[in-house]
Design a binder for this molecule. Structure first.
Ligand code: GDG
Length: 744
């Protein structure tokens, strides 16, 4: 920095000063010389004036001795070098002792001298002033007064030396001043910019001083542009693969440790009939999305050990390497007491937050005991994450609404961790969220994360509105961030997806074979079209509503009876809760009623499979279906829609999709419906059944391209890239001080 300030500021100033001195000095010298000379001239006139009378008397009286004595006295003045008294014809009347040889009356008499003349002699310059005394008098004469001007030279030299020293010292002082001011200013800017870069005051001009605003806003613009460019690059990167994700972790995160925290574990161990532990993949969208990422990045996955044989399959550190058939990462199981599970999982999470965030008109229940269990379990998970964290700054990916408190609890234990919380379900509007008695606690804890991810921009806006309503903080809506007590939390949409290609496809036969197998397994005739529903048995998924839509269809168009079958997988979920038990009962009774109403021969309109299926079976069903019905009443994303599309490498099949599922934003080529309107859903089924092959192909082709490009690796890659950027920013101050400068 010192060098560049010297080169950029001090050197030009020094050069300018030298140029001024170079051209100014002769001028000053000339001016001085002129002043002194006119002083000497004046002096000569004064002297002459005072001796005018005596000298005239003495010359006219011819008293040479007296004249000599008189003038000898006058020439004792050291500046007055000599006096000559001359006749007009050049004769010398008087010539003082120190008269330089080159000055004489003769010469003076021959030349037409001006009244005053500067002469350069060996000994230095002299000024010769001439005074004529009355040429009409009987004895005219003139006086030549020679003044020594060597003092002018001396003074000129002194003045020059003084100016040079003065300029030199000024340059030095100026240089010091410039360096100091530049250093102080740079230090200030660096501090402000570092704050900006870390996101603290990035977009807040109120905190920046006025003079630094122009440069700061430019730097800010450049930074924002660079980030946007990087984001666009990622967005347009088409080929997101596990390898690309691994590269992100190694290149951008410097192979940081990645820890995933979720309630649901990716592998559950239960005992089979022979009391042997067997593992199972849970029916969970979150697990479906994250498992491929852990396979790509390794690391540790911390989750609740909920399986009957889970304790028997871990080591003494509660670790198990998974996937069981090809271990690539570690699963750390956390044990919860039945009371904890009841309060935290079934209570606050699934009876409180789940209905709160889904507008499915099931009233949320908030109990203080559930909240306490929720706090307790979150604290327990924070302890486990701290134990599992092998470094000071791991990347921690927290999953879902079960762990809203974790960001702050982990931040306290691992301050330098990069924490992202992904919210897999919708975020409601501020009024709706406002009914939660612990809304402020939930929001404050969440905002300790570095990244808060939602599926859609709409959910992000809802979250920001909610924070705005209940928390005193700074919200930057343009750049989607919240600053609370100096900590910046980025709120961004990361639409989740599935792996591409889904690994199960490789194990499945072609479409006709899958169709044949499914028809045979479920007793569906070859002439019957298959409409498919695959879900966790949840009231948000609209299972009852789709039965009613089918009923409307069969009521309205009797010709469709015997031609359509709704094959519904309902994987039991949260079965301990009254709302889910009621849903299950309602499902059974509606299936019975509708089947009873329309069944004929071997045909039933609804085939309900009320057990969780192996993933391979689920994909076989996708490949066998004529259309897939996703009519969620409210859904964060909905992965079933994407899985169906991914399974159809024949570019056939129709997707009917709820506009209240996040997936509808990405898949507008589906037949979109309002799931609350059963007539519209019935109509959509008709459309699906009648759609011609070309249209089915065109729609499916476009949807497949979207899902392929926006796969789950891209979802994770974008979040990890944002995490990497945040880490770079956070590491900046220490980097700057390492290089010895500003952030003190
Ligand atoms: C939450 C959000 C968001 C279903 N039945 C079986 C089975 N499944 C699998 C499906 C799919 C997953 O479960 C369900 O995913 P969804 O996305 O549809 O829904 P949620 O579980 O509610 O997930 C949701 C998701 O998180 C991800 O962020 O999209 O909006 O609610 O993968 O295939 N899997 C198996 N057997 C079944 O019987 N093996």
């Amino acid at each position: 920095m010192f060098r560049s300030v010297m080169l950029r500021f001090v050197l030009p100033v020094a050069l300018a000063s030298c140029v001024v001195a170079y051209f100014g000095l002769p001028y000053i010298q000339r001016l001085l010389a002129e002043w002194f000379r006119s002083d000497v001239e004046l002096r000569a006139q004064l002297v002459m004036h005072s001796m005018e009378e005596p000298i005239t008397d003495l010359v006219e009286n011819g008293s040479e001795a007296k004249l000599r004595a008189y003038l000898a006295k006058i020439t004792t003045d050291e500046r007055l070098l000599a006096i000559l008294v001359c006749r007009p014809d050049g004769k010398t009347i008087f010539k003082s002792e120190r008269t330089p040889p080159s000055i004489s009356c003769e010469e003076e008499g021959n030349t037409d001298l001006a009244r005053s003349l500067i002469m350069q002699l060996h000994s230095g310059s002299v000024q010769v002033s001439r005074f004529d005394f009355d040429s009409a008098a009987p004895k005219p004469f003139r006086v030549l007064m020679v003044h020594d001007l060597s003092f002018v030279d001396r003074r000129q030299r002194t003045a020059r030396d003084f100016v040079l020293v003065f300029v030199g010292i000024s340059i030095l002082l100026l240089a010091l001043l410039i360096v100091m001011v530049a250093w102080l200013q740079l230090r200030r800017w660096a501090r402000v910019l570092i704050g900006d870069i870390r996101g603290k005051r990035f977009f807040d001009n109120a905190h920046s001083s006025r003079e630094s605003l122009p440069i700061l806003s430019q730097v800010r613009e450049v930074l924002a542009e660079a980030e946007e460019r990087q984001r666009l690059e990622i967005d347009f990167r088409e080929n997101w693969t596990p390898q690309a994700l691994q590269q992100v972790v190694s290149d951008y995160l410097n192979s940081a440790q990645v820890i995933i925290v979720s309630n649901r574990e990716p592998y559950i161990h239960n005992f089979d009939a022979q009391h042997q532990p067997v593992w199972q993949l849970p029916a969970s969208g979150m697990v479906t999305a994250l498992e491929p990422i852990m396979r790509a990045c390794s690391g540790v996955w911390v989750a609740h050990g909920a399986g009957g044989a889970d304790r028997q399959t871990v080591d003494r550190y509660d670790h198990i390497r998974v996937p069981p058939d090809d271990p690539t990462y570690t699963l750390r199981r956390v044990w919860l007491s039945p009371e904890q599970e009841q309060g935290y999982y079934y209570g606050f999470s699934n009876e409180g937050l789940w209905p709160l965030c889904h507008l499915a008109y099931v009233r949320p229940a908030f109990r203080a005991s559930d909240w306490r269990a929720y706090e307790e379990v979150n604290a327990k998970f924070a302890d486990v994450v701290a134990q599992e964290s092998g470094t000071a700054s791991p990347v921690i990916l927290i999953q879902d609404f079960h762990f809203a408190l974790l960001p702050q609890l982990i931040r306290k234990k691992i301050p330098k961790a990069t924490i992202a919380l992904f919210w897999h379900i919708p975020w409601p509007n501020a009024e709706t969220f406002g009914v939660c008695p612990w809304k402020r606690e939930v929001l404050m804890h969440m905002l300790s994360a570095d990244i808060l991810g939602f599926h859609t921009r709409y959910h992000c806006q809802n979250f920001l509105d909610t924070v705005d309503r209940f928390i005193e903080c700074q919200i930057d809506r343009e750049h989607m961030s919240v600053t609370l007590q100096g900590h910046v939390c980025r709120v961004a949409p990361y639409p989740i997806s599935i792996e591409w290609p889904p690994r199960w496809l490789a194990q499945l036969p072609d479409i006709p074979a899958c169709r044949a197998a499914v028809r045979e397994r479920h007793g569906i005739g070859a002439e019957v079209m298959i409409g498919l529903g695959v879900e966790r048995w949840d009231f948000t998924k609209g299972i009852i509503e789709r039965f009613h839509a089918l009923e409307v269809l069969l009521d309205n168009d009797a010709g469709q009876r015997g031609r359509i079958c709704l094959l519904q997988i309902a994987a039991p979920s949260r079965g301990q809760l009254p709302a889910y038990q009621a849903l299950q009962q309602h499902t059974y009774s509606e299936v019975e009623r509708i089947n009873g109403k329309f069944a004929q021969g071997g045909w039933r309109p609804i085939v309900l499979i009320d057990e969780q299926q192996e993933p391979l079976r689920v994909y076989e069903l996708y490949r066998a279906a004529d259309f897939c019905l996703v009519n969620s009443l409210h859904d964060g994303m909905n992965l079933v829609a994407k899985e169906f599309v991914a399974a159809r490498d024949d570019e056939d099949g129709v997707l009917i999709l709820s506009t209240f599922a996040g997936a509808s934003r990405e898949l507008p080529e589906a037949v979109l419906i309002n799931p609350f309107d059963v007539n519209e859903t019935a109509n959509a089924m008709q459309i699906a059944m009648r759609m011609d092959r070309d249209e089915r192909r065109s729609r499916m082709h476009l949807m497949r391209r979207t899902v392929k490009e926006n796969n789950v690796y891209r979802w994770a890659g974008r979040m990890l890239m944002d995490a990497a950027r945040i880490r770079q920013r956070q590491s900046l101050p220490s980097m700057v001080s390492r290089f010895g400068a500003f952030d003190r």
